[in-house]
Each structure stands twice: as structure tokens, then as C-alpha cells.
Ligand binder design. Sequence first.
Ligand code: PXG
Length: 465
Amino acid sequence: MNDSTENRSGRNYNTEELLREDLAHHMRPFTDYKELAEEGGGRVITHADGIYFWDSEGKRYLDGMAGLWCVNAGYGRKELAEVASAQMLELPFYNTFFKTTHPPAAELSKLLSDLTPANFNHAFFANSGSEANDTILRMVRQFWQLEGKPEKRVIISRHNAYHGSTTAALSLGGMDPMHKQGGIIPDIEHVAQPYWYGEGGDMDEDAFGLQAAKAIEDKILELGADRVGAFIGEPIQGAGGVIIPPKTYWPEVQRICKKYDVLLICDEVICGFGRTGNWFGFESMGIESADFITLAKGLSSGYLPISAVMVGDRVAKTFFDKGGEFYHGFTYSGHPAACAVAIRNIEIIRREGLVEKVRDETGPYLAKALATLNDHPLVGETRSMGLIGAIELVKNKATREQFTPPGKVGIKCRNHCTENGLVMRAVKDIMVMSPPLIITKDQIDDMIALARKSIDQTAKDIGMM
Ligand code: PXG
């Protein structure tokens, strides 16, 4: 245990000054600037190790979110810093445009082809999940143009999906507050999400899964299959509140996509690289094949920005056979240092058996630990798969009645967590977690104990205890 007042980075920070400067010059993402200015502040994170990070006041936090669902291999991996450094000295940058490549990009694309199902043999690199999904949108439309079916340009997604923040990615996503700020691009349709706990009512879970899948079929029939090019979904919705679909959902979605010749896009930005106890979330969800896979976050454990679109053979073949330049790419597509880090990160996950550890040991352990919260008056449901989990805070356990307006109780709980040295995200009133995959059973016990304490404090705040 580290003394919470000790600043382990060995540097002294002037928190007040840093926050003042930051407020004056830095526009942080997903921030209400007026509110931030009024409250003045936030935290300054200075260093991290294992599953913990510290702020500039020396306070330690158990990182129940792995940064932002990404630091799968945990903090403080010296060898990742070393491979980045070595690569930067050898070749810090060269582009992969215009028929050029370099060893790290060639090696990583081969490695990812080996890691993903047999029908995935090509990677297109970008720098973020959003850019990867933008790339997929363009590839879907170009694919159908090359196939002589340019009208198959509609992409179906789900309400409350998150696919990123660029214009195409936010349009693919189903976050109403983001849509309301404008910039939506056309020919993207949203259908119901498979959120049984919140929207399933009295329905049996499996039947609800089939009904949610049928919403996709209904939309295809409404638009006409000749207009629908692809369906995109996260195997488990992360930012939407860790929505784990009923087991009937994904196999049915896959059947529907095949039936109407609609390409299937699995957004594995959160679920990929061991999170659900398999290398990829689609394996945990009974999805046998897809046409695109979006990879980011855990690909490099967040040490450097990199993402990849895995392109299935059907689509790749059309691009290779029919030719014509694909006018798309980013300066840093396949950045050498980021590729080198991703290669080593995958090696670490393999060497340490992190995926198997999540599947056989810590995943089931987290599920049990979460279940100990089920007796709490404020907890409607706990759910998890591997090391992604959620705690639903509800007004009435018996009826599943949620708080109105949503979000206030979740924020209270999140704030208590923070005070108690635990980072969990509040998605409305759902507390979500996705700790680094190196978390031990003892550390899971610590995390759940801090969660219980925070939930108790929240229940007291609202007069429930
Ligand atoms: N797809 C999914 C499934 C994601 O979760 C993206 C795409 C976009 O990735 P980039 O790298 O462009 O951010 C994400 C990102 C949250 C939160 O509050 C979630 C994400 C990002 C930021 C915040 O839960 N996911």
C-alpha cells in the first residue's frame, strides 16, 4: 500500500496553478465548460502503476475503468515504453500512403490477421476508434459501389450505441445528446437496443433478445434490403451502460444480416483484447463471422493511439479485384511507434495469459463479487462478462423502476467512489467498470468493497438507508 499523501512521481505539482492554466487554455473533451469554470477544477492525474493512478495531491485511485476502457495490460509497462523509444530512434515516422509501408505496420497487420477469425486477413490502420469507424463507413459504401449496388448505402445501428465522436462515428452512434448538437450525416438508421433489464418489461430475456433482433429485420424490410449496406453493433455496449444482450440476440442478428446480404460490423473497441474473457467480444456473443471488426483502445493498451479496421475477405477481395484508388487515409495510419507498441502489447497479453485469466479466473470472480451487492436496496441488478461489469442503481428493486430524471443518483455515487479512491463511470444511474486485465482477486475484493461503501453513502444521501 502506498501512502496516499506521498507523491510517488517524485515531482511536486502546484495543483491550483495547473488547474488554473488548464482552465484558461485547455478545452477538455465531453465537458460542460460553463460548469467547469464555475466549479473550477477537476483532478490532475500525474502517474500510474499497475491498476492504480495518482493525482497531483498524491491521492491514489483504484482504476476501475482502465483509463477509458483501454489500459488492458495495466500501467507501468516498461517494455512498452522501451519498444516505442527504440522504434522512434530507428524510424519515428514514415507514412503508409502511396504504396509504401514499414516493418512494424507489416508485422502488426499479419499478427492481427492471425489473431482474428480465418476470414480476416487485412488491416487498415487509423489512430482512434472513431477514425476506424469512419473508415468502415466509407469502405461499406465503396464496397457496394464496386459491387454495382450503390443504393445499398444505409447503415443500421442501435439507439444508445457509441461508435465515436467524429461526424460519421457520432452519426453511427445512437447518443441523442450528441445527435442534438447537429452534424448528423444521412442514411444511418437506428433501431432498439437489446437492453433487457431496462426495457424488457415482463418479457422473458431470450424472447426479448429475439424481439430486439427483429427490430433490425423490420427496419431492413421497411427500407428495402436493396438499400441497406451494413449493420453495426458493439458486442456489449460499453459507453451505453454495459448492455449485455440476451444470448439469443447476436446469433439472430447474424442470421438476419446473412439473409438480406447486409454486411456485419462488430465494433470491438471496448470488447476486444480480452475484455470479455475471449480475445474478442464476438466470440463471447456467439457471432461466427462478420465483415468488419473495429479495433482500438486495448490494441495498444492505450500506451499510444492506434486503431485498426479488420476487413473481411469478401470486402477485401472486391477492393483488390476491382481496383480503383480508395481515397482515404490518415497521416499517422500505421504509425511505426504505435504499431511497435501494439505488437508488444499483444505479446504481453499472450505471454501472461491475460485472456485465459479473465475467462477462467478473474471474470467469474468479478461476477461473484458483484453478486454480493444484489442484496443492496439501491441495486436493481449487477451484470458482467469477463472484466466488464455494471451495477444498476434503481428506485425500486421489485419493479425495476428507474430514477427520474436519470443520472443524478449515478453522479452522487460516482462522486463518492472518487472520494473513496475508486474510479467507476456513471452512465445515467448505471455504475460501470472495466478494470485492467491484470487485476487480482484481492484487488477485485477491494474494488467491490469500495463500491459497496460508495453505494451505501449514496443510499444514505437519498434517504434510502
Ligand atoms: N467504438 C466504441 C465501442 C467505443 O467505446 C469508440 C468507438 C471511439 O473510439 P475513440 O478512440 O475515437 O474514442 C469508442 C470509445 C465513455 C467513453 O464515456 C467511451 C469511449 C470513449 C470515451 C468515453 O464511456 N469509447
